[in-house]
Design a binder for this molecule. Structure first.
Ligand code: MG
Length: 370
């Protein structure tokens, strides 16, 4: 089997409403969908969700990187996926979401070739995994209404975005716990918004609220600050923006800077690296979450396949697709608690070609052996 064509589509989809976190706000999702074709007629789907503030990428850089790396793919046999993906990883520094799109499409092809769902190829049997649903930064009355609405819809795990105003964040979390009662699981994410002292103040003030963990309270480069916060609160601290690669995970673990790690396929550079991080964490007894950016069901599905396969992954936050006005790809079922994958071969996701066309900004095509 040989790869004989690569297509990439950059696209833009409006969100249902503005999504604000401590790092900034967005009203639309921009990403790149990749289709990798083989001479056996098998087509792999991949997706890049670049983030200028987190991965240092844009849709334009993703297209540029795919163009640069096409020679590693055209003419290659996807069944040699480890070699291809590791070559991609070594060929250019950074650019993890562009790498993730290629990695994902290759895994999709390999599982389709063996006619099994990807989770089977990765050695798993379950096809569903619990997820939180996120409430962005918004006025308190709206955040509380939203929490109530989610609970009515059957959602059981809330992730509350904080990090812009320490005293108000404390107030908000108390009100939300009061509103939703004790049975709803609450996680919080400050997206680097606090200083070390602010983070300690907030976390100590909400220790009685049964918060499962707090993601990235301080700046991503401030590993000492992360450790300091961790030492001063009983709420588990999860490193998110501080950990992109397997190497970052080792650094955070060695410095005892976090209780948990949030893996994202877009930060790690794909499924293979996401699994490597999970396995490193497993060796150290560190629990992981698999999270997402704003992503369509293609990348979300990749996250669920990884979640069910890796023992260290105990939590997931794979809700990005729920906030888009339209779906360019389908396959996942969400019942309020779990994302369930179809039992189809590969990622199990179908691209809605017409919908993608409607939102496409630009596209590229590469054909031939090299
Ligand atoms: Mg986070």
């Amino acid at each position: 089997m040989e790869i004989n064509k690569i297509e990439a589509y950059s696209f833009r989809i409006p969100l249902v409403e503005e999504f604000r976190i401590a790092l900034g706000a967005s009203v639309e999702h921009t990403g790149v969908i990749v289709k990798i074709y083989t001479d056996e007629g098998i087509i792999g789907l991949g997706e890049a969700a670049p983030s200028a503030r987190i991965t240092g990428e844009t849709t334009e850089t993703v297209l540029g990187v795919i163009s640069k790396l096409k020679g590693l793919l055209l003419g290659a046999c996807p069944l040699e996926y480890r070699r291809i993906i590791e070559n991609i990883d070594n060929s250019i520094i950074g650019n993890p979401s562009a790498k993730a799109a290629l990695d994902m499409a290759i895994f999709d092809i390999v599982a389709k070739k063996y006619n099994v769902p990807l989770y089977r190829l990765l050695g798993a049997s379950e096809n569903s995994f619990e997820t939180s649903v996120t409430i962005g930064i918004m006025p308190h009355d709206r955040a509380i209404q939203k929490a109530q609405k989610y609970i009515e819809q059957g959602i059981r795990i809330l992730k509350i975005k904080i990090g812009t105003n320490a005293p108000k964040d404390i107030e908000l979390l108390k009100k939300i716990r009061q509103t939703v009662g004790d049975d709803i699981r609450i996680r919080i994410d400050a997206n680097q918004g606090y200083t070390t002292k602010q983070a300690i103040r907030v976390l100590r003030a909400v220790e009685g609220l049964d918060i499962e963990f707090c993601e990235q309270p301080v700046h991503w480069r401030d590993i000492d600050g992360l450790r300091e916060v961790r030492m001063h609160t009983e709420i588990p601290i999860m490193a998110d923006e501080s950990v992109h690669t397997p190497r970052d995970a080792i650094e955070v673990i060695k410095r005892e800077a976090a209780d948990m790690i949030n893996i994202k396929i877009m930060k790690a550079g794909g499924i293979l690296n996401a699994l490597k991080i999970a396995d490193i964490c497993d060796v150290y007894g560190i629990k992981c979450q698999i999270g997402c950016m704003s992503e369509t069901q293609i990348a979300i599905a990749a996250g669920v396949h990884v979640a069910v396969a890796a023992r260290a992954i105990a939590f997931s936050d794979l809700d990005g697709y729920l906030f888009m006005k339209d779906q360019v790809a389908l396959g996942i079922e969400f019942d309020g608690l779990k994302n369930t994958l179809p039992s189809k071969a590969g990622l199990g996701i179908e691209l809605k070609e017409d919908t993608l066309k409607k939102y496409t900004i630009s596209s590229m095509k590469f054909e031939g052996r090299k």
